[in-house]
Design a protein around this ligand. Structure first.
Ligand code: ARG
Length: 462
């Protein structure tokens, strides 16, 4: 056990309590950010004349050598240390002597860990934004390739009106676009530096917090030292945004699972993203989609865990906050994997366009358009609704589509039916007549796709 705080103690800590208190098993992933933060802190201390230039050089060199030794496997992070901060400081002192003892001047582990988490989360937000952009590009390509791929649109999971595959995926484009915009919001709100807040009340050293913030690419320092060490809002915001991404992925997973079923056969998932059954030789299961749907619950759980941890914590730092890490890391890792896998799975997904179109033709997705046809010919909508309702019932009985009936039979329902009904309720007409912004016609979709391309090419996180 190598602790930073031995001076005040006479007895030694109970082993179970030590292990219970230690965070090194999970905060060792802060190695890089902790080094980054300490280098910036030392640079600022030297600029302020609090340590010498030489001491700063030694600290930076020492930290860099520890970092590369850990990376090369020459130095192992062990549970002899309480946390990554203690590990680094102890090793620094071992390597450079007294200068190492000065790295913690004007700093507490409270602002140190607050900085580490913020740097780590900020990197994560950047990575997630890049992954979401890849996903959006993949979706946009599917849309461009399928402007004329007709399929049923559903409400209540019942065939409702015809749409196109491009239009269906366009809905997901909008969802993931909002997710990406949320990354931008979060980034811009969180990008302030807590270092210099000390344990809770700042320090008496003449620190230059603006300078440290600048060195670490923050917009500036945070403005209240107690809030600085106890704020985890940005993590909650990020985990909430991650939960929303998962909710979107889960909805799309559910659709892919349904579309991949024997009954639908709208899609075929590439072998690389499916698995078989140990007993049923015929099976090809959509496991990746199912797991993404399943992991959604886990990410919601991580968010709930942090929200609950933070509730009722008095100012300022309390050890409860150490519990932020495992949940946050779990959510970050999980969602990164899910988005990456999903993008790959989508880009290899095969669409059975014929089956989609056949499904749209069967199931009376043109019934609304048939009613509208009668309206155009002069019938009040409510009457037209009722005529087509009876016609649908008749067709269900005869197991045919409305446009498979001869005109003579259609006329027994309304004299207003004429030869032009067949064109008016064809799949193509039903889709292509829907021209309003956001509707499925290829003309409307092309405008939306162009806006999507503009959005993607001009998007900036900062
Ligand atoms: N391991 C701690 C955490 O994750 C670091 C901060 C420790 N601060 C303290 N006062 N014990 O929150």
């Amino acid at each position: 056990m190598a602790q930073l705080w031995g001076g005040r103690f006479t007895g030694s800590i109970n082993e179970l309590a030590w292990n219970f208190n230690a965070s090194i098993s999970f905060d060792q992933r802060f190695l890089e950010v902790d080094v980054r933060g300490s280098k910036a802190h030392a640079t600022m201390l030297a600029k302020q004349g609090i340590i010498s230039e030489q001491e700063k050089e030694d600290i930076i060199k020492g930290l860099d050598s520890i970092f590369s030794d850990v990376k090369d496997g020459k130095l192992v992070i062990t549970d002899k240390y309480e946390d990554i901060h203690s590990f680094l400081e102890a090793n620094l002192i071992e390597r450079i002597g007294d200068a190492g003892k000065k790295v913690h001047t004007g700093r507490s582990r409270n602002d140190q860990v607050a900085l580490d988490m913020r740097l780590y989360a900020r990197d994560e937000v950047e990575q997630m934004a890049a992954l979401l952009q890849d996903l959006l590009k993949t979706i946009s390509q599917i849309m461009k390739d399928n402007l004329g791929t007709y399929m049923p649109g559903f409400t209540h999971l019942q065939k409702a009106q015809p749409v196109t595959l491009a239009h269906h995926f366009g809905a997901y484009f909008e969802m993931f676009k909002r997710d990406l915009l949320r990354m931008k919001d979060i980034y811009n709100r969180m990008n302030y530096c807590p270092l210099g807040a000390g344990a809770l009340a700042g320090t008496t050293y003449p620190l230059d917090r603006e300078y440290t913030a600048q060195l670490l690419d923050f917009y500036g320092p945070t403005l209240n030292s107690m809030d600085s060490v106890s704020d985890r809002d940005y993590l909650i915001e990020y985990m909430s945004a991650l939960s929303t991404i998962m909710m979107h992925l889960s909805r799309l997973s559910e659709e892919i699972i349904i579309w991949n079923s024997n009954e639908y056969r709208f899609v075929e998932i590439d072998d690389a993203y499916s698995t078989g059954s140990s007993i049923m030789p015929q099976k090809k299961n959509p496991d990746i989609a199912e797991l993404v749907r399943g992991k959604t619950g886990r990410v919601y759980g991580d968010l709930m865990s942090l929200l609950t941890t933070m509730k009722g914590i008095p100012l300022a730092y309390n050890k409860d906050m150490q519990e932020d890490k495992e949940a946050a890391f779990d959510a970050m890792d999980t969602v990164k994997n899910c988005v990456t896998l999903f993008t790959d799975m989508l880009s290899t997904l095969k669409f059975n366009k014929d089956n989609m179109e056949k499904s749209a033709m069967r199931g009376f997705t043109n019934a609304t358009d048939a009613a509208d046809y009668l309206v155009v010919k002069g019938m009040p909508f409510r009457d037209a609704h009722s005529v087509i309702g009876r016609l649908v019932l008749y067709c269900i009985d005869k197991n045919c589509a409305i446009d498979e009936l001869p005109l003579s039979e259609l006329k027994t329902f309304s004299e207003l039916f004429d030869e032009d009904i067949f064109d008016a309720i064809s799949l193509k007409t039903c889709v292509e007549k829907r021209l309003t912004v956001g509707a499925p016609s290829s003309d409307a979709m092309k405008q939306v796709l162009a806006a999507g391309d503009d959005f993607l090419s001009s998007f900036k996180l900062k």
